[in-house]
Design a protein around this ligand. Structure first.
Ligand SMILES: N=C(N)NCCCCNCCCN
Ligand SMILES: [Mn+2]
Ligand SMILES: [Mn+2]
Length: 291
């Protein structure tokens, strides 16, 4: 019996949401450890209050099933990504809403490919400190610094929020390809431009959240922390606006690298659980009862 994200033990057949641990982290470029991210989030999720006061719902009521972690092939990023794609396809073809937990950000590439194969077209909402638009990094096109370069090249419309690190070539590419870029410094100066972000997104959206989008003061357990990050409230307010107006087709949460600061793992688990609650409300699986 695997009780995560609430206190219900929902059988796979009844679950609407599958949480997919993807502990692959061989594409990291700096601090190691993201492979322990999924397990840390699942364990922290056991300490969450099942009822979410802010939404006045219990996200566990959508039926959440924690799948077995996706294995990887130590010597091959390509084969590892193929395993991730296949695992995602299995759950998507079973009609599940997928919430993937990384692992490094390279996992988003195969995850998004699987979502498009089963669900058709959608745009990407990428929340991160880093643009991850390098053609390759440290000799690998499968780097955690490259997933959105790959996905742009495969035709996905891209909206990036919270970015505070990208090189000149990435900025030129983003502008040339029509990426809707909302850097962190703009959010801090002007507040969240929610209407602009929503207008830049299509009707169907895949959300990829790199936990280093949050400020290190809030989220110190990531592999490449940078100052000037987003607050927890800014991220929640962004997610709430997107779920309120868009059809979210899938999500991944990546780059948590546990380093003994349990508040970070609780933050990660709470954010994932909140997002599941938002999906439940959007999809009509949940109704806010009111206090
Ligand atoms: N977490 C990430 N996506 N990191 C991206 C790696 C790019 C490092 N730029 C800094 C280069 C320093 N020489
Ligand atoms: Mn990233
Ligand atoms: Mn990042």
């Amino acid at each position: 019996m695997r009780l995560y994200f609430g206190e219900r033990d929902t059988p796979y057949e009844e679950a609407r949401v599958v949480v997919l641990p993807v502990p692959y982290d061989l594409s990291l470029s700096f601090l190691p450890g993201a492979r322990r991210g999924p397990e840390a989030i699942l364990l922290a999720s056991r300490e969450l209050e099942p009822f979410l006061l802010e939404l006045e719902v219990a996200p566990e009521e959508v039926g959440i099933y924690a799948a077995e972690p996706v294995p990887w092939v130590a010597g091959s990023a390509e084969e590892s990504h193929a395993l991730i794609r296949e695992a995602a396809l299995t759950h998507l073809r079973a009609g599940k809403f997928l919430v993937a937990l990384g692992g490094d950000h390279s996992i988003t590439h195969p995850l998004v490919q699987a979502h498009r194969e089963v669900l058709g077209a959608f745009s990407l909402l990428h929340i991160d400190a880093h643009a991850d638009l390098y053609p390759e990094w440290q000799g690998s096109v499968y780097s955690h610094a490259s997933p959105f370069y790959r996905l742009l090249g495969e035709g996905f419309p891209l909206v990036q929020v919270g970015i505070r690190a990208m090189d000149q070539d990435s900025l030129a590419l983003a502008r040339a390809k029509g990426v809707a870029l909302f850097p962190a410094h703009r959010l801090h100066r002007e507040g969240l431009p929610l209407r602009e972000i929503l207008e830049a997104l299509g009707e169907r959206v895949y959300i990829s959240l790199d936990f280093d989008a949050l400020d290190p003061s809030v989220m110190p357990s990531v592999g490449t922390p940078l100052p000037g990050g987003l607050s927890y409230r800014q991220v929640v307010d962004l997610l709430e606006a997107v779920f309120r107006e868009k059809e979210v087709v899938g999500m991944d949460f990546v780059e948590l690298s546990p380093n003994g600061q349990f508040h970070a793992e609780m933050t990660a688990a709470q954010l994932v659980y909140h997002a599941i609650g938002l999906k439940g409300l959007q999809a009509g699986w949940l109704e806010a009862r009111g206090l």
